[in-house]
Design a protein around this ligand. Sequence first.
Ligand code: C2O
Ligand code: CU
Ligand code: CU
Length: 459
Amino acid sequence: MTLAVLVLALAIVLALLFYSDPQDDNDLTGNRLQIPPLLEDQNPDPGIASFTLTAQEGKTSFYRDRQTATTGYNGSYLGPVIRIRRGQQVAINVVNQLTEPTTVHWHGLVVDGHHDGGPHQDIQPGESWQPEFTVDQPAATLWYHPHFTWSTADQVYAGLAGLIYIDDAVSDMLDLPDEYGVNDIPLIIQDRNFNQDGSFSYQTTMMGIVPGQTILINGTVDPFLPVNREKIRLRVLNGSNAQNFFLTLDDGSSFLQIASDGGFLPAPVSRKELFLSPGERAEIIIDFAGENKRTQALVQNQQTLLAFTVTETVVTSEDIPAVLVAIDDIPVGPDVKTRQFDLEGMGISGTINGKYFDMDRVDEEVALNETELWTIRNLGGMMQAGGHPFHVHGTQFQIVSRDGRNPPAEEQGYKDTVYVAVGEVVVIKVRFTRTGLFMYHCHILEHEDNGMMGQFLVK
Ligand code: C2O
Ligand code: CU
Ligand code: CU
């Protein structure tokens, strides 16, 4: 009895000693990086996967003393990682519990047009949608997000986005860090603005979206990640509506890039900086095993985005393989079909080939299984027009040239989104292996919602 009273008294004293304002606490220590859960496969057959994804409203405590009205999949902000295998048959039950229509698009996934989740596959409030597909592409980090006309930017900003991992025989075989949440870490990077009361402040002007002052990673403000002394793999998605990221390590040291949008690069590329425009992904390896390793953070312009707290635990990791995957060149015949896409930004809106998006107009007709060369030109535009991340649905393409030159090593793998700076001309080799209606667009979501999108029919 006396002991219980003593323990209680001690607990109260300790609580008083260590109590501090939650906001201060935030600033002092940061928050442990949240790791999205893996979505449960409800089908016991390893060849078949069944998932349920529910778009819902909720409240999220980005700051300990304030709540933000948000949306998420199966939770209040962002969504779980959908992990699937090459060759697997996948069925997803997508439920819309929002008060407005939405769609869910599988960005980077090669599936038939009517399972792609573009603007035509709307799910009304209270309804659901059941896409089905067989995974037929290499191991990669892809993602999913809404794609409803006019409201994509708002819905993504409020929290609707998540990752898709594809595994295959190659990723099984390669000696790479692959312990989910331990040395294989997803990073969804997004910029956000907050109002005093904790609510999101999503603001656009004639010039575009107002850049966010706060960077969230996996929905975590001011995140830190404990890492052991080993090689750590980061799968990075630029999940922002419009901001580019230019990531470096705080001590300027190099890291290896092993994958781009559509999967592994032929070989690791040693880099000191990583540029990602909205929608793009990259996988990188940072080595925390070295004796004199001083890397403490992933930064942008000296601003820490993710702090690493390196533990004393030493874990032996294998050397990263010098060769990752064989990538066959998409073949180009002599009388290859060519197309040109001229991007013109105008503040928050823009056009492709002089046209604003029209749901009822098919812009291009493309033959199934035929390689084409697409030339994408950024003509600039009015009112602070900048670069455009050009994205194509239903395929993974290869970059032929950037302003007439070979693309850099990190752009020699499969891509589904390519950044085209003002005045630049990028040529891609593209081939479609699925039929249906698909989108191409700028992945600045405000541009996409306001005209910079077109559709093509593959048959
Ligand atoms: Cu990331 Cu049309 O989409
Ligand atoms: Cu897409
Ligand atoms: Cu754009």
